[in-house]
Design a protein. Structure first.
Length: 588
């Protein structure tokens, strides 16, 4: 076998956390108990069937027939089938309930954990936790839990019945089965390791597929199909190799298991036949013994499946708790937000990784109702300032206040309800124009309000020309709309929500001249009566701002009006000259 198999770690055997997860998932103990009772009835019926079969065969072998045994046998089969069906349904119901509750809790928790978590974990990984890992828990609860318990009862009951029928035969069987298990178990352990590595490789391949398909336009525009084909080819080859390793192990295990089972059956039939011939055992008893042997062997195979699934479920439990134990975003309790007060950064420092500071001792004040602009080189920290205002992150040093209160004191939903964020990369959901404009609104919104917001955003005219107007589907991430149209829908969304603080992050940087004019007019409409902070590389869009802040290498190196900075700040002068030269070159 591959030497790498030795490097694979078994999932941590923390059964306490697994049962804690079941309790957390609201496993219905009453339903579980009822399912167990019916499972127990199914097991008892299964233990009685061989006895009726023995008596029936002994009667037939002596030339007689007793219809009562046939009726009892038929009744036992019916009871076994009905009880088994009810037990299976109840456990499936319990499993579905647990996984539904866990998925709800996971989904709710994922939506409330900090943005920093998503900086470190791919979306495909998180999706796998919510879907695949919870499915493993469901499989264990629905298909294996009661089967495992009833299997133990079946094995114990069968051994007792075998002892009653013929204790010597029972001793012979009990000596042969453990030998078979000792031979098969190591092979099963190797098989588990290979299966786990295959699952990991499959998860990595799925995650890669998601990344590529989400950015398929990037792939095509950069002619990266060949590269992605080669990467995918290597990952598919690794999957195939692990599949072949599974096949090799199965090729060894299956014949060995078949040979062992056949050897046991031959030995039992031979030994049993000899005892029947000697008169020590009746033909019916031999048949009953063989049935009881199958009653022992089958539960062992189910128990092996249970332990394999249980080990996988323990690993899934750890991954689920990895999300559930993440702290949620900090939310204060103050819901009354007085936006008359100024918004202030007071000696704020921030780092994404705890090492390199993106912002370093930043202080400035935003007066309500005014327009501010953040300018400076890329990577200086402008967008990070927006993220801190949105409370996507918490500064490591200093504080951000509204009046005398730290903004962390405000209820998070109430705070974000005051902020409209329009960026150059507009996020639209697959859905209708109307659904995207109304996104995040509580309750139904009057159509006239939606149309008025669209008019103020300079979007009404192009929306009316769409095939289905406001009911037109915009496609995944709004791909059916142009950049300018997506921008105007985002602005309409901000107008509809009537947010008092407006953050505009390069809102017109990627637009053509005509689209920029529409968006600029929409921005002017939405800025009325609102506090506005603009990030812009096109300085022509911010020359009328009440104050411009120059952000350079994580610091505020200058502030003032356009005219003031033009005469006092070297970097701002350089930016203006560079842009003037760029515009002049384009005109030529």
């Amino acid at each position: 076998m591959d030497a790498k198999l030795n490097e694979i770690e078994m999932p941590p055997m923390n059964m306490k956390r697994f049962f804690k997860l079941l309790n957390f998932g609201k496993l219905n103990k009453t339903i579980f108990l009822i399912a167990f009772v019916f499972g127990f009835i199914e097991t008892l019926a299964g233990l009685i069937i061989p006895l009726f079969t023995r008596n029936l065969i002994d009667f037939l072998s002596s030339g007689g027939i007793d219809w009562s045994y046939i009726l009892f046998l038929a009744g036992a089969f019916i009871v076994q089938g009905v009880a088994g069906g009810i037990s299976f349904y109840l456990m499936t119901y319990n499993g579905e309930s647990v996984v539904s509750f866990l998925r709800n809790r996971l989904w709710s928790h994922v939506l409330e954990i900090p943005v920093s978590y998503f900086d470190q974990h791919e979306s495909g990984e998180t999706m796998s936790r919510i879907t695949q890992d919870t499915t493993i828990i469901k499989t264990l609860v629905s298909n294996h839990l009661v089967t495992f318990i009833s299997g133990i009862i079946t094995i114990v009951g069968s051994i007792v019945m075998l002892t009653i029928i013929d204790w010597k035969f029972t001793l012979f069987i009990l000596l042969s089965i453990p030998i078979a298990i000792l031979i098969i178990f190591p092979l099963g352990k190797i098989m588990y390791k290979i299966s786990k590595r295959t699952q990991d490789e499959l998860a990595a391949f799925t995650s890669h597929l998601g990344r590529v398909l989400n950015e398929i336009r990037l792939v095509k525009s950069h002619n990266a199909q060949k590269y992605e084909k080669e990467v995918g080819k290597e990952e598919i080859k690794r999957l195939m190799n692990y599949g072949l390793k599974e096949a090799k192990v199965n090729a060894v295990i299956s014949p060995i298991m078949t040979a062992i089972i056949m050897a046991i059956v031959v030995a039992i039939i031979g030994y049993g036949g000899a005892r029947v011939a000697s008169g020590a055992l009746s033909p019916g008893s031999l048949v009953a013994i063989i049935i009881y042997i199958f009653n022992i062997v089958l539960p062992f195979s189910h128990m092996a499946a249970f332990f394999t699934t249980f080990q996988i479920a323990l690993g899934a439990t750890e991954r689920i708790f990895h999300i559930l134990e993440r702290e949620k975003e900090q939310s204060g309790h103050v819901t009354e937000i007085d936006l008359i007060n100024p918004l202030s950064f007071q000696h704020v420092s921030f780092s994404y990784d705890g090492r390199e500071k993106i912002l370093n001792d930043v202080s400035f004040t935003i007066e309500q109702g005014k327009t501010y602009a953040l300018v400076g080189p890329s990577g200086g920290g402008k967008t990070t300032i927006f993220s801190l205002i949105e409370r996507f992150y918490i500064p490591q040093q200093g504080e951000i206040t509204l009046g005398v209160r730290n903004i962390q004191d405000f209820h998070l939903a109430s705070w974000r309800a005051q902020i409209g964020y329009v960026s150059q990369e507009i996020s639209l959901l697959s859905g209708t124009v109307k659904e995207n404009i109304c996104y995040g609104m509580e309750g139904p919104v009057d159509d006239e309000r939606i149309k008025e917001a669209a008019r103020l955003a300079n979007a009404f005219e192009f929306i009316e020309k769409l095939p289905d107007g406001f009911e037109t589907n915009v496609g995944e991430r709004g791909i059916k709309l142009s950049g300018g149209q997506r921008q105007r829908l985002a602005i309409a969304r901000a107008i509809l929500r009537n947010q008092k603080i407006l953050l505009l992050d390069e809102a017109t940087s990627n637009l053509d001249s005509e689209s920029e004019q529409y968006v600029q007019q929409a921005i002017k409409n939405v800025m009325k009566g609102r506090t506005t902070i603009i990030i812009a590389h096109r300085l022509s869009t911010v020359v009328d701002a009440d104050e411009i802040l120059v952000v350079e290498k994580g610091r505020i190196t200058g502030r003032g009006t356009h005219d003031q900075l033009l005469t006092t700040h070297p970097l701002y002068q350089k930016l203006v000259k560079h842009q003037f030269h760029f515009q002049k070159t384009n005109l030529c």
